[in-house]
Every structure is written in structure tokens, then in C-alpha cells.
Design a protein around this ligand. Structure first.
Ligand code: GCO
Length: 263
């Protein structure tokens, strides 16, 4: 199973201090990669480092704003000095704002697009020259159900994640010849902090209506966990996926295949 081995590969996971990014970081490190993560504050860097230590893996943590091109260029240069040229970029950092579209300000919309779409462009742009130099590279863009589907209140998020799917295909188109594979990983409904408001128990202890809705929409009949994403992430980061390019691998318990339970 050497084809899944990441020994010696340098990985950068954006937003890797907690949640999905953290779990993917641990997975890549356990597969042998030298993992670096970034986050937006010193406090979360410290918390992140502690969590990785508890998980028994050694990583490097950095603070850098992924929406700031100069900060990202400096981050990539520092990672190169301290860990080596990046082989694997996981564009994971993301935010969501659930606001009805007619109430959403342009500033709020722009903020979501900045983090969820412009930042992956900035980060990919920063690592691609090193990958070309090295003769190989893996870029994994964390997409979403909203790369395919719309829903009330998530216009900016859906626009950004749909755009990220197309950025994925475009990076594949432009750099496939340089032996760079750029694929999307599309989490379904995963139990994280970001989806916690959608799963909150009702006052009478019953499940949130959205929680019930998701269970009825998911053939697996459960929410996913960050751990469900680790195998697919290692696959997309490894030589096992060397001819997989421009694809979005949805890890959704089957939601996109299913019309939903009849009422
Ligand atoms: C929502 C959810 C989604 C998830 C996830 C789904 O409000 O419907 O929060 O947007 O965050 O990305 O794949």
C-alpha cells in the first residue's frame, strides 16, 4: 500500500487548527506527511498545537490571514524554509453566514467569498511555482454540498463553493501537464461547530427540524464526522490518485445520489 504513503511530503492545511482541517491534518501526518497548518490568531495556533500534541503527531503551526496575498506568500516562504517545498495544499479555511439574501449586505457576501473562494486562489497561486519546480503537487479544495445545491440563507457560501469547484477544474486544466493534481473534497453534512446551530436540540429535547431533515435526506441516515474525510483526503494527497484530476469527491453518505425519503 506504498501508494498511500506520504512520508517526506510537505503539507499545508489552511484553517488546520480545529474541526475538519485539524482532523485532516492529523490524518496526513499519520500517513507520514510533514504537516504545517495556519490559522487566524495566536490563541488558536496554541490550541491547535496542543490538540495535535494530544493526538500524538508533530506539526508546525503558523498565523496568517489567507485572504491577504502578501501574508500567504510570506507563509509559503517560511514553510519552505522550515519544512521544505509544499507538496500538498489543503484549502480548508472557510466561513459561512446564514442570512436571507435580501437581508445580506454586500460586505457580508464579500467576506464569505473572500475566505471561501479568493483565499484558495491566493494559496494555490502561492504554492504552484514550488510544485512546478518539484515536478509534482496535490491541491485539495474543500468544497461542499453547496458546490452543487442551493438552500435558503446561504447564497454567498453556495456562490463561493460553486466557484471553488470550477477553480478546481481550472487549476487541473492549467497545471495538469505539470503533474499537479487539483481535486475537490466535498463534505456532506458533517457534525462540526459550523453546523452546530443546525443540530441544536429543541427545548423539549427533540431533534432540530433541520437535523431531522438531513437524516431523511442522507441514505447513511447520520451526520458525517470529520474522521469520515480522512481516508478520502489521504487518497487525494497521495500517489494513489495520480491520474485523478479536476474531480470533486463528495463524502456525503449518499445525499447527492438521493431524492430524499418520501413524506
Ligand atoms: C448549511 C450547512 C452547509 C454546510 C456544509 C454542507 O447551512 O446548509 O451549514 O452549508 O456547512 O458545507 O456541505
Amino acid at each position: 500500500m506504498d501508494m498511500f504513503d506520504l512520508t517526506g511530503r510537505v503539507a499545508l492545511v489552511t484553517g488546520g487548527a480545529h474541526s475538519i482541517g485539524f482532523t485532516i491534518g492529523v490524518g496526513l501526518a499519520r500517513a507520514g506527511a510533514k504537516v504545517c497548518f495556519n490559522c487566524s490568531s495566536e490563541a488558536s495556533r496554541q490550541r491547535g498545537l496542543e490538540a495535535y500534541r494530544e493526538a500524538g503527531v508533530e506539526v508546525r503551526g503558523y498565523v496568517a490571514d489567507v485572504t491577504d496575498e502578501r501574508a500567504v506568500q510570506a507563509l509559503v516562504a517560511r514553510v519552505r524554509e522550515e519544512a521544505g517545498v509544499i507538496d500538498i495544499l489543503v484549502n480548508n479555511a472557510g466561513i459561512i453566514k446564514r442570512i436571507p439574501m435580501t437581508e445580506m449586505t454586500v460586505e457580508e457576501f464579500t467576506q464569505v467569498v473572500d475566505v471561501d473562494l479568493i483565499a484558495p486562489f491566493i494559496c494555490a497561486k502561492a504554492v504552484i511555482p514550488g510544485m512546478i519546480e518539484k515536478g509534482r503537487g496535490k491541491i485539495i479544495n474543500i468544497c461542499s454540498m453547496m458546490s452543487e445545491l442551493g438552500r435558503e440563507t446561504v447564497s454567498a457560501y453556495a456562490a463561493a463553493k460553486g466557484g471553488l469547484k470550477m477553480l478546481t477544474r481550472n487549476i487541473c486544466s492549467e497545471f495538469g501537464g505539470a503533474n499537479i493534481q487539483c481535486n475537490g473534497l466535498g463534505p456532506g453534512y458533517i457534525a462540526t461547530e459550523q453546523t452546530a446551530p443546525l443540530r441544536q436540540r429543541q427545548a423539549d429535547g427533540s431533534r432540530h427540524p433541520f437535523d431531522q431533515f438531513i437524516l431523511a435526506k442522507t441514505p447513511a441516515a447520520r451526520w458525517g464526522t470529520p474522521e469520515d474525510l480522512v481516508g478520502p483526503a489521504v487518497f487525494l494527497a497521495s500517489d494513489a490518485s495520480n491520474f485523478v484530476n479536476g474531480h470533486v469527491l463528495y463524502v456525503d453518505g449518499g445525499i447527492l445520489a438521493y431524492i430524499g425519503k418520501q413524506p
